[in-house]
Design a protein around this ligand. Sequence first.
Ligand SMILES: C[S@@+](CC[C@H](N)C(=O)[O-])C[C@H]1O[C@@H](n2cnc3c(N)ncnc32)[C@H](O)[C@@H]1O
Length: 316
Amino acid sequence: MPVIPSMKGDGFYDQHSKVQEQFILSSQDLLEEAAATIPLPAAGPIGLADLGCSEGKNSLLLMRLLVQMIRQRSKLSVAVTHNDLPANNWNGFFRNLTPYGPGIWAQANATSFFLPVVPPRSLHIACCYSAVHWLSQVPSVPHPKGVLFALMEPESRELLAAQAALDWEAFLKARAEELVPGGRLVLVSGGNKDGDVAGIKMYRLLDQILQELGHPPFVMPIYYRNEQEICDPLERCGFQLAHFRIQHLTTPFAEQLKLDSDRRAYARSASSFVRAWMEPLLPDPRIYEIMEERMAADPEGTEVANVQIVAAFSRL
Ligand SMILES: C[S@@+](CC[C@H](N)C(=O)[O-])C[C@H]1O[C@@H](n2cnc3c(N)ncnc32)[C@H](O)[C@@H]1O
């Protein structure tokens, strides 16, 4: 069973994850609704968790926002859990972890989020941002033709879809154990809307680069689900849909390009954004050098614009 590595460390992910920060800021309505509607315990603590926290800059922003929202309603103690894989840059995370303030207890947990990460019924709000599209493992795909499921032939695509379905159920069941009845799961993830798949132009470019470099066949351990794939198992896993939308966000660097037409700066930022999560899987530096060149030559044709699922689920 291949182990999925974490993000590029040494602060690189933190420096190049403005796109993911935007996703947090653009989904505050769901956080506010969750904070306003969850049933509160009689005597605390209120349990919050961020699943897939990486080096922490974005995770701490997210959890601090949520704590502020909770504080409008309650002065009870709050337990915040930041979770990620054992391979995460935890040293970097703990350097980022300045105190939250009185009554807020932070802890970190290095368990896969496809398993429970906190005790049963101890969580009131679970968040998972830009992380649940990562698979727990890559099924054996015979002769894959493209790096991403969406670029593969149907047989391979189905194998990845089946793994993604198993993972999503495991994820929901783990959260169902942890959340109190009425607790919320808030989710932002790359998505697939009628074949419009997160980052697809960039994945096509990657395919081309790997072929040019004579790289052996590679399967990206990522699956971007569609609405049906997200919603189908909800009830049998103990959840009810509270909110679902698909968001198309451009990137901060694409917006900057419109203002200054600086293709070099654009390509550096766009390729670094990709490198921050891809390099542990594909470490050859030439991939990112070529990617940067091609992105500068054709920003539109290689853009990393995102199709995002923004959703909230209520524990039954
Ligand atoms: C793109 S980063 C997102 C980080 C942060 N949530 C943000 O919004 O910037 C995805 C994170 O999910 C983590 N991740 C992937 N699979 C995981 C799993 N099974 N359990 C826990 N964390 C996981 C990765 O290690 C990585 O740190």
